[in-house]
Design a protein around this ligand. Structure first.
Ligand SMILES: Nc1ncnc2c1ncn2[C@@H]1O[C@H](COP(=O)(O)OP(=O)(O)O)[C@@H](O)[C@H]1O
Ligand SMILES: [Mg+2]
Length: 358
């Protein structure tokens, strides 16, 4: 409650402050006008009205530039009334609309309008700059958030590789060691020595296969050697057999090469999208399509699952896909409803060299 009152007082002070300063500016203008009065006040002839408003114009210019619209308007009105009432003869009357004073009051009004407009333009510029600063701050915040996510994802990835190495390669090597250990002493070869060697060969073959799968998943050699269609087909078929999800493939046999930047980006998007299908969609089926024309290449991954709860997703996977595509000046379209999710990445072919590396 105490805080609330303090907040209210604070915002009231913020609102009232500029008006107080504007009022003080008019007072200063008034004092200045009084000080120069002996110099400009003539003999009561026409020229004696000259400069009734001049010092108030300075107050208006100050308010319009530094304080904003409301205080500037206050200064204009006060200046007009005080200038007219005190310094424009006949004294102590409001005669601003008289024909005789038209020239001077019009000059005052036009000058004030100009100050006012310049002030508004400046305020607008300040607002735009504030907005831009805010956007930059938000982008920085997202960047920091993203790098934390990335570090976590990297840790997670390392843990996965470590587990994979331990559970698969480690176990197989352990088994080979177990099978071969009794054979080290030639004087005491067991009767089933040959069978043991055969078994060790079999285990080492399985182990080699698994090492190959792990390393191919980490960086698919097919991608460099045989291009995107072959790599997409290989990964999708492996994914289907690992996950039990039936994937329809719509991938042309032959496509141009698109350069390593585009190919690796689309391949990573395929991996992330299919992992999402498996992890989040609940779908038993999916479709992967790859295509290209003279201008662009696209990859689409579609499932028939339950759809995203939040539109566009908000995890590090989706953001990573977006970053990759943005770097290639392409677009990532994510459409999701309760009958499934479609992720489509489109990359223009002139993005073979990424902007950052030009
Ligand atoms: N194919 C999909 N079907 C349903 N939900 C999805 C799908 N893909 C992504 N999502 C939702 O979007 C969120 C963000 O996905 P993503 O950015 O890949 O992060 P992560 O997979 O690490 O959670 C997921 O947590 C999930 O709720
Ligand atoms: Mg994901």
């Amino acid at each position: 409650m105490h805080l609330r009152t303090e907040d209210l007082t604070h915002s009231f002070a913020r609102m009232i402050g500029p008006y107080t300063v504007a009022f003080l500016a008019v007072l200063v203008a008034l004092v200045l006008r009084v000080l120069i009065h002996p110099i400009v006040d003539g003999t009561g002839s026409e020229s004696s009205t000259f400069m009734a408003y001049t010092t108030f114009m300075v107050a208006t210019a100050f308010s319009a530039w530094f304080l904003g619209r409301g205080p500037a308007l206050l200064t204009i009105v006060l200046g007009l009334v005080v200038g007219d009432f005190l310094f424009s003869p006949p004294a102590f009357t409001l005669s601003m609309f008289s024909r005789r004073e038209l020239a001077e009051t019009t000059t005052y009004r036009v000058a004030c309008a100009a100050f006012f407009l310049v002030g508004i333009a400046k305020q607008k510029r300040a607002t735009v700059l504030r907005q831009k600063n805010l956007e930059i701050e938000q982008a920085n915040f997202r960047l920091r958030e993203m790098s934390v996510h990335l570090m976590r994802a990297q840790d997670e990835e390392r843990r996965k590789i470590a587990r994979e190495l331990h559970d698969s390669v480690g176990q197989h090597l352990g088994a080979i060691n177990m099978v071969l250990s009794p054979l080290v002493d030639p004087a005491d070869l067991p009767a089933n020595a040959l069978a043991s060697v055969g078994e060790a060969v079999e285990i080492s073959r399985t182990c080699a296969n698994e090492v190959r799968t792990i390393s191919h998943l980490l960086y698919p050699p097919l991608l460099e050697e045989m291009g995107l269609p072959a790599a997409v087909r290989w990964y999708t078929e492996g994914f289907a057999s690992r996950s039990g999800i039936k994937v329809q493939l719509d991938v042309p046999d032959e496509l141009d090469r698109f350069g390593p930047d585009i190919e690796i980006a689309l391949f990573r998007i395929l991996q992330e999208s299919l992992t999402n299908v498996h992890r989040h969609s609940g779908s038993r089926t999916a479709r992967v399509a790859l295509g290209a024309n003279a201008r662009e290449v696209w990859l689409e991954v579609k499932d028939q699952g339950k759809g995203m709860k939040q539109r566009n997703g908000s995890g590090v996977g989706t953001r990573g896909m977006q970053e990759r595509i943005k770097e290639l000046t392409g677009q990532l379209h994510v459409a999701s409803s309760d009958s499934g999710t479609t992720v489509k990445a489109v990359v223009p072919l002139d993005a073979r060299i990424t902007p950052q590396r030009k």
